[in-house]
Design a protein around this ligand. Structure first.
Ligand code: ZN
Length: 246
């Protein structure tokens, strides 16, 4: 089913929908939640010369990713988490040397990994948008590395929160074997494809503050659920085959 065009993380791809006025699952600002004191890396995909996917109206994935990542960071900080963002501006993390070696994309990913490894972390969330030549695809989807059961569990709690909070068309979690960052982060790590910017209606939603808040709040909710669950049960290792995304 993944005939999707990559949003551009090497091999990554990914895939949103309607918001209803349902009550949200948890309330903000509760210092007695599972996020309090946790260190979470929030990674806004792409940036700078790397626009990521581009919508028909000229909107860029990199800008939507950053807007949603910033909202997520705010929610997490209000819950008492320590948040590290890989970028807070319209830049990538490649160096001039990477540019000279025509190695810019890999240099960017390596730069993000260096940010992650500067401290001990409790979770990693990368924000991306999906794209496809067909404008009919829509729906958010959360990816995890196939051999990271903690990532799988976090992907499932975030996906559940997307659905609970009224995002329609949410896709099932997707195992992946190739995503550079997810492969190298053993902690609970996910890549969230917040929706398709090639779907006109979904793009419109993704451009609104309300929908961006809903996505951010759902990821936040998923993280809380993950840490609440992680405190009292074990996760079985996954041994199944993974789908290659893209
Ligand atoms: Zn992307």
């Amino acid at each position: 089913m993944f005939g999707l065009v990559s949003c551009a993380l090497v091999v990554a791809q990914s895939a949103c929908h309607v918001v209803s006025a349902q009550p949200l699952a948890v309330s903000k600002g509760n210092n007695w939640n599972g996020l309090f004191g946790k260190t979470i890396v929030v990674d806004a995909g792409h940036g700078g010369k790397d626009t990521g996917a581009r919508a028909s109206d000229g909107s860029t994935e990199k800008s939507l990713n950053l807007a949603i990542a910033k909202r997520l960071a705010t929610d997490l900080r209000e819950a008492g988490a320590f948040v590290v963002m890989t970028r807070t501006e319209d830049v990538d993390l490649a160096s001039d040397a990477d540019e000279r070696r025509r190695h810019r994309h890999m240099g960017d990913l390596q730069g993000r990994l260096r940010v992650v490894r500067k401290q001990s972390i409790d979770g990693f969330v990368s924000i991306h948008c999906n794209a496809d030549p067909s404008p009919t695809w829509y729906g958010a989807q959360v990816l995890y590395f196939s051999r990271n059961p903690k990532g799988k569990e976090l992907a499932e709690t975030v996906t559940e929160a997307f659905r609970t909070n009224g995002m329609h068309g949410v896709r099932s979690v997707q195992s992946n074997q190739t995503l550079y960052l997810l492969k190298r982060i053993p902690e609970p790590a996910v890549l969230v494809e917040v929706g398709f910017i090639t779907h006109p209606t979904e793009l419109h939603r993704l451009q609104t503050a309300r929908y961006q808040e809903l996505i951010a709040f759902s990821v936040y909710t998923g993280l809380i659920r993950y840490f609440e669950g992680a405190s009292h049960h074990e996760v079985a290792p996954e041994n199944g085959s993974a789908h290659r995304v893209g």
